[in-house]
Every structure is written in structure tokens, then in C-alpha cells.
Design a protein around this ligand. Sequence first.
Ligand code: PHE
Length: 468
Amino acid sequence: MATNIKAPGIGASQASDTSGNQWSSRLTFILAAVGSAVGLGNVWKFPYIVGENGGGAFVLVYLLCIALIGVPVLTAEILAGRRGGASPIRSFGIMAERDGHSPNWQVIGWLGGLCAFLILSFYSVVAGWALAYLGYAVGGDLSAAGGADDVGAAMGTLFETLLASPAALVGGHTVVMAITILIVASGVRGGLEKAIRWMVPGIFAILAGLVIYAAMASGEFGRAAHFMFAPDFSALSWDAVLVALGHAFFTLSIGMTAMMAYGAHLQKDAPLGSSAVAIAGLDTLVALMAGLAIFPIVFAAGLEPAAGPGLVFVTLPIAFADIPGGMIVATLFFLFLAVAALSSTISVLEPVVEYIEERTPLTRKGAAVASGGAIWLLGIGCALSFNIAGDMRLWDRNLFDLLDFTTSAILLPLGGLLIALYVGYVLPERAVQAELAGIGPRGYAVLRGLLRYVAPLGIATVFVYGLV
Ligand code: PHE
């Protein structure tokens, strides 16, 4: 039984007094889960992979992946976390044994732990870019570039200069990892919880403002909307479908036990299905808004939609330079982006720390420093792959791209596949039904069908076509 729960870092500071380890309300849970889901994946990654993969058809496939695979797997993962009770990495092994199945289901936990390491090492580098841009907004570099004759080119140069500097990239990455370790180590998240409370609405408000700006000032809103929503299937490859599927997992923080850690502290009677839909809905909205803010600027400034990872950092500052009070907006935006990234990084580190804490004599602090330190080392390699180690390539990818690809396109969907199979077939049906009491018989039948057939077959098909 779940006798070995330690004081959880995630739920601790808002625990209800009676149970000691639960979210104070379902809303707090949703907020934290949205904090994990909404991050660089939505604002940085989504727009640039839409640009690289041809627009509308890719977006459509992505939305289908979210609805048909992402939401069911998210529900399953929160369910498994709540039922498992132990640290998320160990939960599957424990649950399987408890129900008389092979303890080898523990492999889901190992995969998740591995993913956490790999994801955080490159994610933290990009979060460092957001911090650097916060510095550029405050320090005047953004307005200087905004005053250039060719603003687009000047913003491009600013970004390239950042990437070319090992010290800046390693420095940003170090700050992000240090803050992440500090928050997870203390397990006290009072400050961060308050931050999340206004960060999510804040990022929302700024993005909404930018969408309106882009619609009114760029003159290219129609073209951008067409690019994003008019599917041209000739532009779609199986590689792109694999990227869309992988990103659905990445953006919802699923497939690697991060959401399980949050689910473990959710009240027994809180409804799961509607929570998952709300989390996925908000996450998708933020991603689409980011796209609608960025692509009009891309077209108006004559930039390339397929420009790659620099897209958001080059385009939005063009808008900031143009609007009155733009540098204040820019400061707020990059601050929010950094906070949004941090509310994701802590959710990546949390399962690893809970596991180490449970299985070794290390304290929470020791576990956070040890695992975070290892991730920090790997992240230095990622940071340097933009400059001095750029020539070190494997399968035509530098370390950063390699980690991004293997986690998003392979490991997360694989973890999701196993989670769907586990909850769909292995977990006793009575237990699943009890956990899902809120969604009614019809909702249950739909979810079960999605978990047993649609998600596994969908993921397997995309693997077969996308990888071979
Ligand atoms: N979902 C986060 C984002 O979109 C990234 C993340 C992935 C967080 C996996 C936790 C686990 O930015």
C-alpha cells in the first residue's frame, strides 16, 4: 500500500491540514498541471515546428493527436498517479505487483526517469534564452536592434550572437537549473504557486494582446491564419506526423511520469476526465495564440516560417520594437516565459527527486542537487552544441537536436503507448471505473476505446511510418 509516501514537494505547501499530502483544491491541481504543460513547448517550440513542417496540415494532425491520444493518455497518467500513490517512477512496478502482474511494467518508470534527464538538459538551455532576452529587454539591446534600418535582420543577429556565446548559454542554463533545484529541493513553493496564479493569466493576456496587434498592424493576419489552418496535405510527411505526435506528448508533459507526480496528490473524488480536458484545452489555446501572434510578423517582416528554433526570439521582438511601451511589454513577456518555463522544469525534476529520495538515504535536498547537477552537466553539452561543439554530430544532429528528437519523437510516445496499454488492459477494470466515476458510462466507454485501441494503434502506426 501507499505507506511510503514522503512529504511531497509538489503538494506540500498547499496541502490540506487533514490529509497532509493533497492539493488544497482541484483548481490548484489544474493550475499546477497547466503550469507544467504550458511552457516553452507552446510558445517556443510549437510555432517553429509548425513553420518547419508546412503549416495547416501539421496543425490539424497535432490537434488530432492532442484530442485522440493526448487527452486519454493524460487522463490515464493522472489516474495511475493517484492510484499508485508511491513516487511516480516506481508506481507502475508497485501497482503491477499489487494486482498480480509482471513487475516489469516498472519499465515505464525507468523510461520516464531517463526522459526527465534528457528533456531537462536541453529545455533548461532554452529557458536560459528567455532569461537572456529578459536581460536584453531591460538592458536596451532589444530597443537598439529595434531602431536598426532592417529590424528583422538586426533581431536575427542578436539571436545568433547569443547562440555563438558559450558563456551566455551556459550561464543562462546554470541559472535555470539552480532555481529549479532550489525550488524542488525546498519543496516549498509558496512563491512559485503565487507566481503561477498570475503567470498563466498573464501570458495569456500578453499573447492575446500580441495576436490583436498582429491582426491589426501586420497586414498579414489572413495569410498567417491561412498558413496555420488551411491544410495542404502535400506538405505533410510521415516525419512531420511523428513530430506532431511527439509534440502532443511534450506539450502536455505526458509520457514520462511528470503528470503522475501531480496526480498522486489529487483528491480521490476529483473528476479526472474533465480536468484532463481543461488542461489540454488551455495548453492548446496558448500554443495556437502563440502561432497567431508570430506568423503575421514572420510574413510582414519577410522572414522564413521554417527559420527553426530562433523563430519566436526573432519575431516577437520586432513587434515589441514597434508598439508604444513595447519594452515594458517585452520585459513582462520574457519574464512570464521564464516563469512558465520554470513551472515546467520543476515538474520534470520532481519525479526523479521523489524517486531518489524514496530509494536512497539522500534527503530531498541531496536528491535534488545530485540529479539536478547531473542534468546540468549534460545541459552544458547541449549549450555548447550551438557553438564550439556544433560539429559533433550523430545521425546528422548535434546534441541538442538529438536529445530533443529522441525524447519527443520516440521516448515520450513510447512511454505514452505503455501507459495507455497499462491502464487500458492491465489495471483492474473495476479500479479504472472507480477512478473515473465522474465521466459517466458513455464517457467511460469512449475513453476506454481510445486507450485500448486508438492510442496504441495510432502511436504504433506513426512509429512504423515515421521511423522506418
Ligand atoms: N510541457 C512542457 C512545455 O510545453 C514541457 C514538459 C515536458 C514538461 C515534459 C514536463 C514534462 O513546455
